[in-house]
Every structure is written in structure tokens, then in C-alpha cells.
Ligand binder design. Structure first.
Ligand SMILES: [Ca+2]
Ligand SMILES: [Cu+2]
Length: 295
């Protein structure tokens, strides 16, 4: 599917960095919460000050959850399959009746941007820039369609957790998972990184603007460690402050959104979590000069 904000193709240089091999798991996030007492955005009751026009009964803690529709729907209105669910949070990803028991190795979801940032800080790491995420996702390959190559199912093998069947009615789970999968359930890429495509979307630190790549190209030359635009802007929702999402999720499919294709971009309002959105961290080397002093 066309993804105009991924163009024009341009040349980028990123300094070396370390990246978590997998998205942050429920087990890892729980350690952070136990150590710090951190309360995620989804668990906080929204205030009248933040949403002055909202009726009081709508000011309840919760988050956004995907629900399949019971019949075929036109794919032009995502409110048909996304809704705000009271009591949904990382501990209850689909709402109060759901939980994460036995799901220690699943990626943590229902994470807003400040939650991801707080975890990264506690872990002595940071969130990746969009350029770092893409560099890492490509795993040493260049100009390929997917993080593993050009063929969606090389030798018939499923390489990422995506959606099969009619969207958004029924996830046929032909790849082994209807819905979210534990981290590392599919092969790693060339850098040994898992889930760089599919399973869950992941936060990047860049503000989102659809024309950002155009501005890089206009500057000319190679973009060095690009950090994203100075401010966010999404013409589709001009009042919302969005940052970049990367990687695509278990809901991605060839009928509606095929953003498991490497290089394509996602975006999300910073305080909004969903049950297909998580994150992983990166770290810059302590002594970036080391590689030059070694020779
Ligand atoms: Ca799947
Ligand atoms: Cu998608």
C-alpha cells in the first residue's frame, strides 16, 4: 500500500549504537514498575484541566483496544475496530477482564510515549530515533522490501507476526498467532534483532511530520543522525502531537495497512496507548571513539 510519507528515499548515516534484541516484555516492564512505583498514562484518570470539554463521565482511566467487527466493513473508518476501553492498561491490555498472567514474555503494550521514556531512563537507555530504528531493522541488507529480504514468505516460511484473513473481521492466525505473540517467536533479522517487523508497533523518539524526508532531501547530502523535525504535524489530525511508530503489528495486512514493509512509517498521539503498541530501547556506546583508537 502506498505510503507517501516514506518518500523521497534518502541517504542517512547513523553512529553506532546498541539495541535491545526484543521489544520490552511484560516481565521487564513489571520490574520497572515494582522498582519505581510508576503509574502509566492509561492508569491515570484524565482531568477536567486536560479535557475541558469532555463530559465528566468520560473522564475515566483507560486505553484504546482493537475489537474485530462481526461483519465486513468498509476500511475507511478505523473507529469501527478501535475503541476507548475503560480500565484497559498494560496489566489489562484488552480491558479489565483481560490480564497478562502467563504472558511474561509477551511485549508490553498499552504504553504511551512518556511511559516508554520513563522506562528507558530507568534502564539507563533511551528510545531509538526513527533513523536508528530503520537502520537496525534492515539488518545489514539494503533496499529490501522486508527486514529479511524481498520475498514475503521465503520457502513458505512465516517471517513476522501479521494478520491473515478478512480484516478486521477474523484473524485466521495462519502464521501461528491470531493476535499478539511472545517476543522472538519469529526469526531474527541480520543483526539478531527480533520483531523488527510485525507483532507490535514501537515508539521512536522523532516527532511525526509527513514531509520530514522531503526536508532532509532539500538540505542535500547525507543526513547525519537525524533526530526528526522540531515539531509535530499530522494534517489528518492537526491538533494532535504525534511521534513516530515503526515496525507494524499483528494487525497489519495486505488489505488495509502493510506497514510491516521496512521503511514505512506509523504515527501516534503521544499519550495514547493501544494493544498493539509497545517499544524497545537503545544505548549509545560509552566511548564512541574506541573504534578509532583501536587501530
Ligand atoms: Ca498473526
Ligand atoms: Cu498496519
Amino acid at each position: 500500500m502506498a505510503s507517501n510519507d516514506s518518500e523521497p528515499v534518502h541517504r542517512v548515516y547513523v553512529d553506532g549504537f546498541w539495541m535491545d534484541a526484543t521489544p520490552v516484555t511484560n516481565e521487564q516492564f513489571e520490574k520497572f514498575v515494582k522498582a519505581t512505583g510508576y503509574v502509566t498514562i492509561a492508569e491515570r484518570t484524565p482531568t477536567k484541566e486536560e479535557f475541558p470539554t469532555a463530559p465528566a463521565e468520560n473522564l475515566v482511566a483507560g486505553s484504546v483496544v482493537f475489537a474485530p467487527t462481526d461483519h465486513d466493513v468498509p476500511l475507511n473508518n478505523h473507529y469501527q475496530w478501535w475503541s476507548y476501553v475503560k480500565g484497559a492498561s498494560w496489566r489489562h491490555p484488552l480491558g479489565p477482564q483481560s490480564d497478562i498472567k502467563g504472558k511474561e514474555k509477551f511485549p508490553v503494550v498499552q504504553i504511551a510515549y512518556p511511559d516508554a521514556e520513563a522506562y528507558a531512563k530507568w534502564a539507563g537507555k533511551r528510545l531509538p530515533t526513527e533513523a536508528e530504528f530503520e537502520f537496525a531493522a534492515r539488518g545489514g541488507l539494503s533496499g529490501k522490501v522486508y527486514v529479511w529480504g524481498d520475498e514475503f514468505r521465503p520457502g513458505g516460511k512465516w517471517m513476522a507476526n501479521t494478520w491473515q484473513g478478512k480484516f478486521p473481521v477474523k484473524d485466521a492466525g495462519e502464521d501461528g498467532y491470531a493476535g499478539i505473540a511472545p517476543v522472538s517467536s519469529f526469526p531474527s533479522n541480520g543483526y539478531g534483532l527480533y520483531d523488527m517487523a510485525g507483532n507490535i508497533w514501537e515508539w521512536c523518539s522523532d516527532w511525526y511530520r509527513p514531509d520530514y524526508y522531503k526536508t532532509l532531501v532539500e538540505k542535500g547530502g547525507t543526513a547525519h543522525n537525524p533526530q526528526g523535525p522540531d515539531s509535530p504535524f499530522d494534517p489528518a489530525e492537526p491538533d494532535e502531537k504525534k511521534r513516530v511508530h515503526r515496525g507494524g503489528s499483528f494487525l497489519c495486512n495486505d488489505q488495509y495497512c502493510s506497514r510491516y514493509i521496512v521503511g514505512t512509517r506509523g504515527k501516534g498521539e503521544v499519550n495514547t496507548g493501544t494493544n498493539h503498541l509497545g517499544f524497545r530501547c537503545v544505548r549509545s556506546p560509552e566511548n564512541p571513539m574506541r573504534r578509532t583508537t583501536q587501530n
